[in-house]
Design a protein around this ligand. Structure first.
Ligand SMILES: [Fe+2]
Length: 604
């Protein structure tokens, strides 16, 4: 039995393939088309999934779409009717795509991949809930999904038990925590559906001085964590912008223009909306616990990528443990939709291993075997050396310890927005400069965010105040007190100056508030990456490396050896590792390309 799950036509298109309920492959379309957040039909991702399973479209038993387009259409129509004629422009902009593709998914599937069978539909939050619960290691758990909006739902509460999911309660559009956070993302000058991460990263620089106005004017938070937005402050029902003049008045002026200087106001706004979000999410979690009394909680939906809020739920309880779908955004809907068909529609049993989830480290994308890499390098005559198996990890670790920045591509590509050591750029966390070198010379961004650490799973508590693995980089924890350096007051200093102060013995991965967005790695899920960090520890005494995604700003994470080499040559990455081959920048022929490529990237 083979099931193909699809998510597309909104943002972050993706495909996922299950065989007998096991995840065989999952990938996001953007990685193949090189267009960030690509919303188009995921033709490339589907092709890859079929290749990985070694089947053709006629072998598919079901194709399932992660959303019910008619319900979403109804929501758009109703929203339009409430604000007529204000929403006319956005309505006219949205319509051609709706009439052309979104309402005709089965026909599109048939035309694009030649699949003749049945196309099923799950509801959007059902797909999120399934992606949160089914791959988790829990026999039963409470489920919480939160995002911008699906058809009507913007959040849902439920229970998962065995192969059953029961959704008990929904919050409906336009009352949405995701849209609220996105409105602030827009207002602080970042890109909606992409810059939410930056807003979260900016929060530690500010003081939450707008918390009370937000809670008093913009939203009404109920005891169960559900919210009501005061729509007189927002413009997303009819307009093309998220916030309006009344919103501007509340926050002392217009929205920050993208790329303009970030001022203390934006930092304070970021701190405020982050605090409010954490309060709401915590309330939701508590309410869910009161209603279910279950030990565990599963999370998905775009808001579940807010790892600061996740860290808070974990620390403050009352749930004993939580599991978050690594592809928590809409890309993960493809996985949830497919799992929903297997377990809910077909009623198949769920086999649970309590010690481990079934996400397989989220290494679910394409891999490139050594022969393919070798023939690619040879065909282009790119100077390279083979890494002998016994010395591979040591040689790479020596590069990192020498302060060189290493582009690292090995094994199957990650499914989800975070790079987890299969498509990562690695650096030395002990040096303060690593942060600015990586930002300015490699990612081409003047970022205020420190980078994320990967730490050996068995050493995590020596470095961070957390007692369990965080394999998907979806939790934030503080650096251990003994590793911190006292800080004199940083008030009045510019943002970048504040970031440059040495806050711990792993400064490149320690945020202003001593927090870190960490990933743990173990030998079972990612032996090659584990070995590199273990060797780095032998050399330096430090079991942590800097791990940032292998891409430049505005570009999707790399997928192929071609992508890896291009990114290596366009940036100041010093060393490139692709599988068992190593390339040094100084050996490479000059790269014949100007800087024009940077103009093509979309600023996030
Ligand atoms: Fe969603």
């Amino acid at each position: 039995m083979v099931i193909l799950g699809l998510s597309c036509f909104y943002h972050d298109s993706a495909a996922c393939l299950l065989r007998e309920g096991r995840i065989i492959a999952a990938a996001q379309e953007e990685r193949f088309t090189r267009k960030k957040h690509d919303p188009r039909f995921p033709a490339n991702a589907i092709r890859y999934c079929l290749e990985e399973a070694q089947i053709s479209p006629e072998n598919l038993d079901y194709v399932v779409f992660y959303d019910k387009p008619f319900l979403t259409f109804e929501r758009l129509l109703m929203s339009y009717l409430t604000v007529v004629p204000k929403g006319l422009r956005s309505w006219l902009e949205a319509m051609p795509l709706w009439l052309g593709k979104k309402l005709h998914v089965p026909k599109v599937v048939q035309k694009e991949i030649g699949y003749e069978g049945e196309v099923l539909f799950t509801e959007h939050h059902e797909a999120h809930a399934a992606s949160a619960f089914y791959p988790s290691p829990f026999e039963e758990a409470a489920i919480l999904t939160m995002d911008g909006v699906g058809e009507w739902a913007t959040a849902s509460y439920g229970i998962g038990r065995g192969n059953e999911i029961r959704l008990m309660k929904e919050l409906h559009f336009p009352d949405s925590l995701g849209l609220l956070y996105s409105a602030f993302t827009y207002f602080t000058g970042f890109k909606v559906n992409s810059g939410e991460y930056k807003l979260m990263g900016l929060a530690p620089y500010g003081k939450p001085i707008y918390r009370d106005p937000i809670l008093k004017e913009l939203i009404d938070v109920k005891e169960d964590g559900s919210i009501r937005l005061d729509l007189s402050y927002f413009d997303f029902l009819g307009g093309l912008r998220m916030t309006n003049k009344k919103f501007e008045r509340l926050f002392g002026g217009p929205a920050r223009k993208p790329e303009a200087e970030i001022t203390q106001r934006e930092m304070d706004i970021a701190a405020s909306i982050q605090v409010v979000t954490e309060e709401i999410v915590t309330k939701m979690a508590r309410h869910l616990y009161e209603e279910t009394k279950l030990k565990y909680l599963c999370l998905a939906g775009g808001v579940a990528l807010n790892c600061v809020a996740n860290g808070k739920i974990l620390r403050e309880g009352p749930f004993e443990d939580i599991w978050i779908q690594p592809a928590a955004g809409d890309a993960g809907g493809s996985l949830g939709a497919a799992l929903s068909v297997w377990h809910r529609y077909l009623g198949k049993e769920r086999i649970i291993d309590e010690r481990r989830d079934s996400q397989q480290g989220s290494y679910l994308g394409p891999a490139f075997p050594a022969e393919k890499v070798k023939s690619f390098l040879d065909a282009h005559q790119y100077p390279h050396r083979a890494l002998p198996a016994g010395d591979r990890a040591r040689i790479i670790a020596e590069q990192i310890a020498a302060g060189r920045i290493v582009g690292y591509m090995a094994g199957r590509m990650e499914f989800g927005p975070r790079a987890l050591g299969a498509r990562s750029i690695l650096g030395d966390p002990r040096k303060v400069e690593t942060q600015s070198v990586m930002n300015l010379k490699i990612k081409y961004r003047e970022s205020f965010r420190p980078f994320a650490p990967t730490v050996l799973e068995d050493k995590v508590s020596e470095y961070f105040e957390i007692d369990r693995p965080s394999p998907y980089m979806l939790l934030v924890a503080d650096v251990q007190k003994k590793r911190r350096f006292p800080q004199s007051s940083l008030d009045g200093l510019g943002m970048m100056e504040r970031l440059k102060s040495k806050r711990s013995d792993i400064p490149a991965v320690t945020h202003l508030d001593y927090s870190a967005r960490l990933q743990t790695v173990n030998q079972r899920d990612k032996p090659d990456y584990y070995a590199v960090i273990a060797e780095f520890e032998k050399l330096t005494g430090c079991a942590v490396v800097v791990n940032t995604s292998f891409n430049v700003r505005g570009e999707p994470i790399i997928c192929t050896p071609e992508d890896a080499y291009r990114c290596f040559m366009r940036t100041e990455i010093d060393t490139l590792v692709i599988e068992d081959f190593i390339l040094y920048k100084e050996d490479q022929p000059p790269w014949k390309e100007g800087k024009e490529w940077r103009n093509e990237l979309i600023l996030d």
